[in-house]
Design a binder for this molecule. Sequence first.
Ligand code: SF4
Length: 653
Amino acid sequence: MLEQQLQLKHTHLRNRLVMGSMHTGLEEGWHNRKRLKAFYQARAKGGTGMIITGGYSPNIRGKLTPISSSFNNFYDVIKHRAYTDVVHQNGGKICLQLLHAGRYAYHPFNQAPSAIKAPINPYKPKSMSIGSINKTVKDFAHSAKLAQKAGYDGVEIMGSEGYLINEFMAPHTNQRDDLYGGSLENRMRMAIEIVEAVRASVSDSFIIIFRLSVMDLIPNGSTPDEVTIQAKALEKAGVDILNTGIGWHEARVPTIASMVPPGAFKEASKRLKDVVSIPVIAVNRINTPQIANDILNAGEADLISMARPLLADPELFNKYQSQQSKHINVCIGCNQGCLDHVFKGKRATCLVNPQAGFELDYPLTHVEKAKNVLVVGAGPAGLSASCYLAQKGHNVTLIDRKQDMGGQFNLAMRIPGKEDFNYTLTYFINELARLNVKIELGTDYAESMLDSYDDVVFATGVRPREATFSCKDGKRVFAYDEVIRGEVELGNSIAILGAGGIGFDMVAFLSESPKQTINDFKSQWGIECDAAPHKDSRQLYMLKRSAGRFGSELGKTTGWIHRQVAKQHGVKQISDCEYIKFDNQGLTINVAGEEQVLPVDTVIACIGQVSNNEALSSLDDNPKVHVIGGAKLAAAIDAKRAIYEALQVARTI
Ligand code: SF4
C-alpha cells in the first residue's frame, strides 16, 4: 500500500510516504546550504515520495526566533533551488512549509489574534490590526509564488500546533469582536483568505497542503464539529491535501513521545477523510511500514507522514520496498537527538542515527585495507561500533561476557513507554548478521587477545552505583537493574533514591502511568483504547541529595511528561536530603538538619553508574586501544552518546 502512487490533480507522487515538516537547524543562513541539500538528497534517494521542508515564515514578524528562517525574497529562491533540484533529480517531490509562528514567536514583535500570552513564551503578543491581517495574507501568497519559482511542487500552510492560523481558529486565543473573531466563520476567515490568495498566486498544478489542527488539546479549542466545517471550507477554498495536526505545543497531553502508542491518532485523520474528498495525511508515532500500511489498508488516510523515522533511517522506503524492512533503523520516539536539540537551538540529529543532519560532517568511508578489530561489549556502544566498523569494510569480532546482547537496551525496553528500544536492539542484531560480524558471547576479554587484533574498542559499559549508607535488620538497597529485571521482591512502600532519568524511569516502571495518561485523553475524545492498565497502589517516594526542582535535567520535550506521571501517581518528592540508614523502621534521612524516618519497606538506588573499565588500567597508553561510551565516562551516559562515540571511533579506524 505504501508504495502505491497517488495521483493528484496534475502530478503524481511515486508513493504515499511523506517526510513531514521538521526543523533541522540547517535552514537558517547560507552556510548550511550544502548540509541541508545533502540531508534532503539522502531522503529523496531513499525513496520518500514527498518531502515537506521545515517551517519558513512569510514575513519577519512570523519568524519563530529572530534568527529563524523566512522565505520571501529573490535570494531565498536562489538558495532553495539547490534543494528542489536535488529532490527532483532523485525522483521525489518537495513542498515548502509556510509557518507564521503567531504568539509562539520567541521575540518581542510577535503577533496574535488577541493579546494573550502563551504559557510557553515570555513575550506577550500584539493583537493584529485588520491591516496587518491583510498584509499577512498577501505575504503568504507572495511566498507561495516565490516557492513555485524556486521549483517547489507546492506549499504546506501551517494551520495547527497552536501557530498563528490555528490561534485565529480557536476561541482560546481569539477573543476579537471584528470580522476575524466571534463566530466560526469569522475565526476561520484568515485561513480561508490565505488559501484563496495562495491559490490565486500559483499555477493550478501547484500543490496546496493545509495542516489542520484536528485536536487542539487545549481548553476552548475547536470542537470536532467545527473541525469538520473548517475541513470542508478549506477544500472548497482550493486546498489539495489536508494534513492532520494534533495538539498545540502548550498542550499537556503527550502526542509524539515514545509512550504514545503507535498510530495513536489515526482516528483523527479518519475523521477528516470522512468529510472531504481530497487526500488526507496521517501523522504522529507512525514509525514502521507495517503501521503505515495498516492505516492505509483500513482507509484511515491516503498518505503517511513520517518525519522523525526518516531522520532515523533515510533509506526507510527503499528498504521496505526491497523486502528489507528488518534492516530499517526504527525511530523510537525518544526526541533526544531531534526535538530536544532543536529546542536548545542545536542542530537536529538522531539518537539511533548520529549521521542524520550531519551527512557531510560524519561520512563513513570504505577502507582500502581491512583491519582486524575486536569490540569488547555488546551494549549500545559496542553493537553500533561493530556495525559502523563493518560498514567501513573491517573484519570485526564482537565479544561480551554475557550470553545475550543489548546491555542497557535490555533494561530500557522494559520501561513502560520505552518498549521501542527493542527495535533498535533488533536492528543492530540484524545488521551484525548482514555485515558478517563475528559474535562470541559468554567470552571475557583477556589481555592475550590484544596481539591478535589491529585495534580494540572497549565498550564495556556501566554498572549501577551502590548506595553506601548502613542497612540493618537484614535489609538491603536494591539496584535499579535487578528491579527492572524482576529479580527482587518489592514491598508496598518504596523509596527511589535519585531523580535523574533512571529515577523517573523507575517511577514509570512501578506505576505504568504513562499509558494511563494517554488512555485517559483518548477516552475523553471518544477514541477506543486498550483496557486500562493495572494501577499500582504502592506509595512511592522519590528522594535526591541536591536541592531544586525534580526532573530539571530531563529532556525539554519529554521531561514534563515524566514529571506529570510522578504527580499523577502521587509520588512524594523530597530534595536536599542525606540518606542515613535503612532498617525495619524505614529509611532514615536528614532533611535540612532534621532527621526523619520514611516508613518504607523497599529502597531502590537510582544514583548513577560507574564504568566497567577494570581491564583498561594496564592499557592506558596503548595506541590500538579505544574506549567509548559508559566505559569511558559513566556520568550522564545514554544511548545517544554511546552511539555517537561509536560512530566517531569507527571513523578514525
Ligand atoms: Fe526518533 Fe529519537 Fe531519532 Fe528523534 S532522536 S528521530 S525521536 S529515534
